[in-house]
Design a protein around this ligand. Structure first.
Ligand code: CO
Length: 152
């Protein structure tokens, strides 16, 4: 387990599409463990593999610092509703903004052992999943900020 260096905005790796994970080995587990360490050490609620320079469809999310979600090759099956909330990103320092996201989603994913798993997420957990899945497509939250948005 080790903390890895977080890539910052401007690096092209954040703009590329991550590749599907096909090998579920110790190296993958090591990457996931390191990403969890890096996320917690940086006080983040999520981290995607491109943010540590790895173009693999891997992301981790933990919005309460306890329950950890590991997303490998995630696919959004369904989404509904909408919510607008403030976001930030460990790769985009000192910038936040309001982004519109679905309120709930059903996401198909794989575990670190390659087993299929489905997550039903809503509220802020859904925001975190959306943000991290976007990273795997080379999309950053700054692309989606609603200009001049003010909360009611
Ligand atoms: Co981010």
């Amino acid at each position: 387990m080790a903390k890895r260096k977080i890539v910052k905005v401007g690096d092209s790796v954040l703009r590329e599409k991550a590749k599907t994970v096909t090998v579920f080995d110790n190296k993958l587990s090591q990457l996931i463990d390191d990403m969890v360490d890096t996320m917690f050490a940086s006080n983040g609620v999520g981290l995607a593999a491109p943010q540590v320079g790895m173009l693999k469809k891997v992301a981790v999310v933990s919005i309460d610092g306890e329950e950890i979600y590991e997303l490998i090759n995630p696919v959004v099956l369904e989404s509904s509703g909408e919510q607008i909330g403030m976001e930030g990103c460990l790769s985009v320092e000192e910038k936040t903004g309001y982004v519109k996201r679905p309120y709930q989603m059903k996401v198909q994913s794989q575990t670190r052992d390659g087993e299929s798993v489905i997550f039903d997420v809503d509220d802020f957990l859904c925001v975190a999943f959306c943000h991290e899945i976007d990273h795997l497509d080379g999309i950053l939250f700054i692309d989606k900020i609603i200009p001049d948005y003010k909360e009611d």
